[in-house]
Design a protein around this ligand. Structure first.
Ligand SMILES: [Zn+2]
Length: 159
């Protein structure tokens, strides 16, 4: 292992080689991430251009993201006794967690993007509902954002 020379600005994972970083970008971020030199990343972090993110959240093989993983494999991955893992898993799945389906972007040939829309005060909900009704074939989700601008964000799938 050499010293990390490149950083993915989206998930802050470090790489020693540029081609590995590029492949990471393709595989995990559909080529949308900035791969920058470590020094540029550090400058960007201190200026607030880049934000700290845990690379683990973006892993497609993230053991917490794969809801169909067997308790046995999960216990092995996390080096936990199977019985404790099963107990905690059941507890979490009953209380806090739900399973969900995700679209295979590569297979569908589409890309995912966020459209953030500024709307007049108090109309966020109305606009969000409107977007969902009018563009339901392309809109994955619509949410209102709580900030000074009263924004609406729509997650859109496009070709
Ligand atoms: Zn990344």
């Amino acid at each position: 292992m050499g010293r990390p020379s490149y950083v993915c600005a989206t998930c802050s994972e470090h790489f020693t080689r540029k081609h590995i970083a590029r492949r990471h970008n393709q595989n995990l971020h559909d080529g949308n991430a900035d791969i920058v030199r470590l020094i540029d990343y550090l400058v960007g972090r201190s200026s607030g251009q880049y934000r700290p993110n845990n690379p683990f959240w973006f892993k497609q093989n993230n053991p917490y993201g794969n809801t169909s993983i067997s308790s046995m494999s999960l216990a092995t991955k996390l080096r936990m006794p199977l019985s404790s893992l099963q107990r905690r898993r059941t507890k979490l799945e009953k209380s806090l967690l739900t399973k969900s389906y995700n679209i295979k972007l590569k297979a569908s040939g589409g890309k995912m993007g966020d459209a953030v829309i500024n709307v007049d005060k108090g109309r966020s909900r109305e606009v969000a509902t409107d977007i969902f009704k009018k563009y339901k074939t392309n809109v994955m989700s619509v949410s209102t954002r709580i900030n000074s601008e009263h924004n609406v964000a729509a997650q859109i799938i496009y070709i």
